[in-house]
Write a protein that binds this ligand. Structure first.
Ligand SMILES: [Zn+2]
Ligand SMILES: [Zn+2]
Length: 598
């Protein structure tokens, strides 16, 4: 999370952005400065430069920044009327800053702007000046020169507008102490090791094929085992919570999406329509319209509500190829989707049930510190949304109250709602403390029921409009799978592991005995595999370790004589001797309870 404005950390990072700009100007006197905000881990600054930066530049710039920090520079504020400010920016040849001043005038009607000058303590010499609203340390001696570093370079459009100039963005990371920077670096190194794009391929869980196309990952047999375990968990929970499963095709008449409002408003996020002689079809971006047709296929009574329709629905999104990434940004995704059709009176209870079910499922994976956010409509941009003000206000307030009643802390975000309704989003922290967007539980929708004109008959025989709650717990199987690979670092709990036990005969002579126990394990429903004695014993043990198989048992003369097994746990690194039956019973129980590694 980004530090609060004016907090000490914010001030440090923002001051370092000034140091970076100063260093860049020192290296490239003709550099044009963009903007330099504070970020979650540090800061960045955008520049228009005479040449493309190379990684070596970062070292030079970093060195200069340290030098400036050690000069004990202090910040002096200067307010200037617009005209003088613009004239000054012209003399120092900073056209982007002039554009910024014009933007402030237009947006905020300001009459004055502020500049901050950096003054060197030793000789009181001003060394750098920037257009800025403030939020600095008083003196750079408050900054530990070892508590920051320049991290990477990327490109960005000025004001995030593709039609404007392309700038070079330099990212810095910064903390209050050198120790915190070190801890962050360790965390990043660990995150790199856990990167699902690397680990997913190493562990043979999925592949990307250029012949199939970008953003279309293919799950291997091992990956599919995990996917099926996730399915199984989801089905068990949803059936217990009163959901009915449905099955619908992932293509639909274009008219369906005109009615829902997806088309043409969200056309750029969908693949273009497919045509035959008479009809245009869409690869569906969402499952809701299909589920609504199942609801609407016959007259509904209040007695049937709430009706909870659940499907693992394959959907398609047209993500730009540059934004695709492993399993987490894809073009075909399976949403663990459900639509709850209910009366307005049932909504509160249903929202609670959605949150309870989600919590129950996240607990299985050991996700801690769930973070809730309430995504609202942007009132300044109403044409991006369908539906009336009244319905929007009602739905937004309902979700707010539901979170408050549960005593949950949450943040509200304007402009983050879907076009048909506000929603609660859940983020979880993984073992490295990183936040991941999980799912939407739920989204209130008064609008699609109206657009599709669906109804139920209430207890007085009167026709009424139901409400739809859209919700997903995993979000998409693909994304959730990617997240799990990183969360567990590929060392899945036994219930999820593609191979749960690796049986390793010491030599050819022990193969039959190994096969015997392999069969016994398989009969008990355990996913066991034999490591054929073609390679050396040491090599096979290392392979099993590398594949992060939860249990490894080695069968040699000693085990055959005693009838016992020596099982080594990947997670605990303990080697324990068991009776055969006891070992099988133990592992079966561990799987059945979906136990997490200690
Ligand atoms: Zn500043
Ligand atoms: Zn939906």
């Amino acid at each position: 999370m980004k530090p609060e404005k004016a907090s000490h950390l914010y001030n440090i990072r923002h001051s370092l952005a000034h140091m970076l700009a100063q260093a860049v100007l020192d290296l490239f006197p003709e550099a044009k400065l963009g903007t330099g905000p504070v970020t979650e881990n540090g800061f960045y600054y955008d520049f228009d430069l005479p040449r493309t930066l190379i990684p070596e530049d970062l070292e030079i710039l970093e060195k200069k920044m340290r030098q400036f920090v050690k000069q004990n520079q202090f910040f002096v504020r200067r307010d200037e009327p617009i005209r003088e400010a613009k004239a000054f920016l012209k003399t120092i040849k900073q056209p982007y800053k002039i554009e910024l001043v014009d933007k402030f005038i237009e947006q905020q009607g300001i009459k004055e702007v502020s500049f901050y000058e950096n003054v060197r303590e030793s000789d009181n010499k001003p060394v750098f000046v920037d257009l800025c609203e403030g939020g600095h340390v008083d003196n750079t001696k408050e900054i530990d020169p070892q508590s920051f570093k320049l991290d990477k370079i990327s490109s960005a459009y000025w004001q995030a507008d593709e039609n404007k100039a392309s700038m070079q963005r330099i990212y810095g990371v910064s903390f209050e102490t050198a120790e915190e920077l070190k801890a962050w670096e360790t965390m990043m190194a660990e995150a790199k090791k856990r990167d699902h794009r690397k680990l997913g391929v190493e562990l043979d869980l999925y592949v990307l094929s250029e012949k199939v196309g970008p953003g279309l990952p293919l799950l291997t047999p091992r990956g599919t085992v995990i996917r099926q375990e996730l399915d199984k968990l989801s089905q068990e929970k949803h059936k217990a919570w009163g959901y009915s499963y449905v099955t619908t095709p992932n293509l639909g008449d274009l008219g369906l999406y005109r009615t829902s409002g997806h088309y043409p408003y969200y056309a750029e996020t969908m693949f273009p329509p497919l045509k035959d002689d008479e009809t245009e079809f869409m690869l569906r971006p969402m499952n809701c319209p299909h589920h609504i047709q199942i609801y609407d296929a016959k007259p509904r009574s209040y007695r049937e509500l709430p009706l909870r329709l659940r499907e693992d629905g394959l959907c398609y999104r047209y993500e730009k190829s540059g934004e695709l990434s492993g399993l987490t940004r894809v073009r075909a995704l399976t949403i663990d989707d459900a639509h709850i059709f209910c009366t307005p009176e049932q909504m509160g209870e249903e929202i609670n049930r959605c949150l309870d079910l989600a919590k129950e499922m996240y607990d299985v994976f050991g996700f801690k510190d769930l973070v809730f956010t309430l995504s609202l409509r942007d009132p300044a941009n109403k044409d991006k949304y369908v539906g009336t003000d009244e319905n929007w206000n009602k739905a937004e307030d309902f979700l707010r109250q539901a979170l408050k009643k549960r005593g949950m802390e949450f943040k509200e975000y304007l402009g983050e709602a879907a076009f048909y309704g506000p929603k609660i989003d859940v983020k979880a922290r993984d073992v490295l403390g990183r936040e991941w967007q999980l799912a939407t539980i739920p989204q209130i929708d008064y609008n699609m029921p109206e657009r599709f004109d669906i109804s139920y008959i209430d207890e007085h025989g009167t026709k009424q409009r139901p409400v739809i709650l859209h919700r997903a717990v995993y979000g998409s199987y693909e994304r959730f799978f990617g997240l799990l690979i990183e969360h567990f670092g590929g060392a899945f709990p036994t219930w999820l592991a593609p191979v749960q036990v690796e049986v390793i005969p010491v030599a050819e002579a022990h193969r039959d005995a190994a096969l015997d126990i392999l069969e016994q394990l398989k009969d008990a429903g355990v996913r066991a595999e034999l490591a054929e004695p073609d390679l050396t014993l040491g090599k096979r043990i290392r392979n099993s370790e590398g594949a992060k198989v939860p249990y490894m048992i080695v069968i040699g003369d000693k085990e055959i004589a005693s009838g016992k097994v020596n099982a080594r746990s990947y997670h605990s690194k303990q080697q324990v001797e068991h009776d055969r039956e006891a070992f099988i019973g133990m592992i079966v129980a561990e799987i059945a309870e979906r136990r997490l590694p200690e």
